[in-house]
Design a protein around this ligand. Structure first.
Ligand code: HEC
Ligand code: HEC
Length: 163
């Protein structure tokens, strides 16, 4: 078989969705944010949405978020204290502001040290990267929320976000 993976995947995904958005999200080289590998974190933080890569927020944001899982964007995501501690350790150890996080460091650019946002989608750099996405594209039935990364980034679960 000689079929390159990317064009094939692209062809399938374009069906029923804006070819323009997907084309832009998938062309070119990929930025890599290591996906969650811990089974507990994957289960507890990946049941309602994509288990967001820990290197997409600074440790202080994860600590803040883990401090109130009961009021988690209108959802109750609370877990027992032992599990919470385990998840917090994992997220903060692999956070964007830990050493060696090439793309994580980039994603934090422009974020003041004094701020601990709970949303990746509110990071100044994230907003900048998505400024060309039109309001109508965010509202597509396949997208609906900015947090729905996988709608446009087909390889998000594997950690790849492409330009
Ligand atoms: C009961 C469901 C549920 C569980 C479990 C859950 N979340 Fe969420 N999470 C939500 C909802 C709802 C939102 C808001 C989604 C939106 O805006 O579309 C959200 C949003 C987020 C965001 C912000 C996304 C953005 O806009 O950048 C992060 C980060 C996040 N969750 C991390 C976690 C982590 C870490 C865990 C595990 C401790 C977790 N979530 C578990 C429901 C959940
Ligand atoms: C409506 C579609 C859409 C959604 C939803 C979306 N993105 Fe994107 N994203 C794009 C597009 C399009 C680009 C490329 C922007 C450009 O090149 O102008 C992009 C670029 C990026 C980049 C930069 C990649 C690079 O190579 O520069 C990252 C990182 C990224 N997105 C992460 C995310 C994350 C994390 C989420 C979910 C929290 C998300 N995106 C949700 C469409 C989307």
């Amino acid at each position: 078989m000689n079929i390159p993976y990317r064009p094939l995947a692209l062809g399938l995904l374009v069906i029923g969705f804006s070819a323009l958005v997907l084309g832009r999200a998938q062309a070119g080289g990929g930025h890599f944010y290591a996906p969650v590998t811990d089974a507990v974190v994957k289960e507890e933080c990946g049941s309602c949405h994509l288990a967001f890569a820990p290197s997409m927020l600074p440790a202080r944001s994860w600590t803040r978020m883990m401090g109130d899982l009961q009021h988690h964007f209108g959802a109750d995501a609370s877990v027992d204290p032992v599990t919470a501690k385990k998840i917090t350790d994992y997220l903060t150890t692999h956070a964007a502001d830990q050493a060696g996080k090439r793309y994580g460091t980039k994603l934090l650019s422009g974020l003041p040290q004094s701020q601990s946002p709970l949303r990746i989608t509110e990071l100044p750099h994230w907003v900048r990267e998505h400024r060309e996405v039109a309001a109508s594209e965010w509202k597509q039935s396949k997208v609906r929320s900015k947090a729905n990364c996988t709608a446009c980034h087909a390889s998000a679960e594997r950690g790849y976000y492409e330009d």
